[in-house]
Design a protein around this ligand. Structure first.
Ligand SMILES: C[S@@+](CC[C@H](N)C(=O)[O-])C[C@H]1O[C@@H](n2cnc3c(N)ncnc32)[C@H](O)[C@@H]1O
Length: 253
């Protein structure tokens, strides 16, 4: 693994792959978002009406649009210009969303304590300096506000993890390796594509320490599983009862 790769290289790949990554997004995002992440995020975020929300690492903006349609005033930030172009094109003018180009590790153009809620969906594991980003979210949040973020589950999705399969392709078990390695690694994304992005792996302990060192209180933790309604719609998600792809944190300032 090349530990020298950082933000610049990571953003180049998000820019390069923006179209292909978002090609299959519906109004609910991709299937993993629809089945696993959205139900968890919406439950943890609660009521967004008339709230100021920051969507940190908004990508093509589906979450911003859902919150804006529910009556929130949304600021959406991403460090990929191509992602922002797609987001702007998909956003009807009447929605209350302001898109900004910026690095979540340092959002100096946004004022202290200006948000009631911050959401960051599947972004923190993409950041070279996740500690700076978590501190930045603390600065931007009003006192008493909540920061909800999802990441790849660091205990299961590691630089060397994946299904071990039998000769005829049956998924035998999920293999995990290199858990205590901390740093950058390349990963084909979306699954099954040859194009790669950069992820930054850290242990669960490191995430917990970064959260508490920033000053947050950890209020909720969810490892999303598919509901029976979602399983009926998408039976292949049955395998998500075998191990968890994601973990979602709810923090309070
Ligand atoms: C997996 S996508 C998630 C996008 C969106 N939140 C979603 O759920 O569809 C990760 C996003 O993080 C953005 N990103 C990566 N590094 C960033 C950084 N340092 N600052 C802001 N955005 C960043 C990428 O450009 C990409 O749009």
């Amino acid at each position: 693994m090349k530990n020298s790769l950082g933000t610049e290289e990571a953003i180049k790949l998000w820019d390069q792959n923006a179209e292909i990554i978002t090609a299959n997004y519906s109004e609910q995002g991709d299937l993993h978002r629809e089945v696993l992440l959205n139900p968890t995020l919406f439950k943890l975020v609660e009521n967004v009406k008339q709230k100021n929300i920051l969507d940190a690492g908004c990508g093509e903006g589906y979450l911003s649009r859902i919150f804006a349609k529910s009556g929130a005033s949304v600021v959406a930030v991403d460090f990929s210009k191509n992602m922002l172009d797609i987001a702007r094109k998909k956003t009807p003018k009447e929605l209350n969303i302001k898109y900004h180009y910026g690095n979540c590790e340092k959002l100096e153009f946004l004022d202290d304590e200006s948000f009631d809620i911050i959401v960051s969906n599947m972004v923190i594991q993409d950041l070279e300096n996740y500690k700076a980003a978590i501190k930045e979210m603390y600065r931007l949040l009003k006192s008493g506000g909540s920061f909800v973020f999802s990441i790849l589950h660091p205990c299961f999705v590691t630089p060397d993890s994946g299904w071990e399969k039998s000769e005829d392709g049956e998924k035998l078990y999920w293999k995990v390796d290199k858990y205590f390695y901390e740093g950058v690694y390349e990963q084909a994304y979306p699954q099954g594509q040859t194009d790669k992005v950069l992820f930054f792996h850290r242990t669960l302990t490191s995430y917990f320490n970064a959260i508490t060192e920033a000053g947050f209180i950890l209020e909720g933790l969810v490892e999303p599983k598919p509901s029976s309604e979602m399983l009926e719609k998408y039976p292949s998600f049955e395998e998500d009862f075998r191990c968890s792809d994601f973990i979602v944190f709810k923090l309070r300032k």
